[in-house]
Design a protein around this ligand. Sequence first.
Ligand code: GUN
Ligand code: FE
Length: 505
Amino acid sequence: VSPVDNRSYKTLPNALIYVGDDGLIKAINHIVGVPITTIHIEAILGEVGHCGEFEILHLARGEFLIPGFIDTHTHAPQFPNVGAGQQYELLKWLENVTFPMEAKFKNVDFARKAYTKIVKRIIDAGTTTCCYYGTLHLEATKELARIVHEYGQRAFIGKCNMDRESPSYYVERTDESVPHTEELIKYIRLLTPSKDGSLYVYPVLTPRFAIATTDELLKRIRVLVDSDPLLTIQTHISENPSEVRRTKELFKHLSKPEKPITYAGVYDHYHLLRNNTILAHAVYLEEEEWKLVKEKNCGISHCPTSNFNLTSGVAKVGDMLDRGVKVGLGTDVSGGFSPSILTAVRHASIAAKVVAIADLNSFAYRPLTVATLFWLATLGGAQVCNLERKAGSLEVGKSFDAIVVNIRNTSTPSPPPVSPHNLNLWGVGDDEDLGLDIRRRKDNNSIADGDAEVDIADENQLKEELDAMLERLLFCGDDRNLRRVYVQGRWIGGTEGRYDSTGVN
Ligand code: GUN
Ligand code: FE
């Protein structure tokens, strides 16, 4: 099941996908009307000129393959804070909850231990490409990059630039911020390339947000930005009303008599808006700011879980789609309380529904369809990261960044340990056999055995079954439904092998 565009996806109920040793998809053969046999396998091997060893992964009924999720915005060092300080709005939350935790990452041992668990947790949530904010610390952020690279996740990794409006125990010196950033960029670009010669870990310039950076620092950052057009940039924009007010106050010297400065205007002044910029939130952008964002072809990371949780507001995700602005989803942990893009999908759906009116011709004021939600979680995110030629959908020529989804719960014989992050979601896995349940409802036949022979004659029925399973996954699946997670053809996470027959980790 793979997205096509922001209104549609395709389902191939009976197909063979061939992935080369370099992790790229070489062929996808869709077989209609008959079961897959060795003849089909030999045909696809012949088509791609394969000789030598190969391995077959067979998906059972109730299992399907989707592209990995793309998290366009998260904060690795905030994971220990998930579920803490949920009463605050942004600025108080930063001061009371976030900065004290991030400061602990000055200790590189602490950072290494924490990041090793955190990155694994994100991979097991199905995130194959992740845009990470680290802390302001150079060494700890190098560790984050090294760990992500070792796991084999595709990622953008940046250290925060922040030299003001931060506590004295957690703030940079203006003259150290850019040199440390340059050192991190160099470190990441020199990590060992993978088999196909490409690196999956990219540096990203991360000025935290306008409030936390002085004019002097932004001037130095501008020099770096101008000297490196390929460098991706990520920052926060227009998330919360108090933040927007404070930004305009701090940068009022950039106002012209006839034209007060805007939030996006501040970033534009320092050349931070370009086609490889990822802007998180964008809840309160004004009309002229949207024009700027569109003109510069910046991507938006829509972080609805965080926007709800920090009482920030409701971002108009449908309006962004109508404007043709690049948009994907972000978990924004720990402003958001879930590391899973599936949670962001649900909240994106709710965000759209709460502003919905009955206008069926626009995205803006109606619920988002399953196809649009699926696209936001995958291909939309890939566009935001300018990776749409590499990732975001299952297409010949792209990397095999994929998830084997299992909504039958046969690979976990008894309930796995319940994580505090998904206490209420066991319902999906608990249901004996969702795939067949859906089918039973449709044709009113009773199919007793989960391993019953697949009847592939009815292609349309199988497609409907996949549609239903995708919707179920998006609205009530969780980590336990993700059997395997692949990046560039390499199996790097998922539930398979995690639980023994007693269901104990
Ligand atoms: N703005 C500046 N820093 C942060 C952060 O850590 N999280 C969120 N959500 N917004 C921010
Ligand atoms: Fe954030």
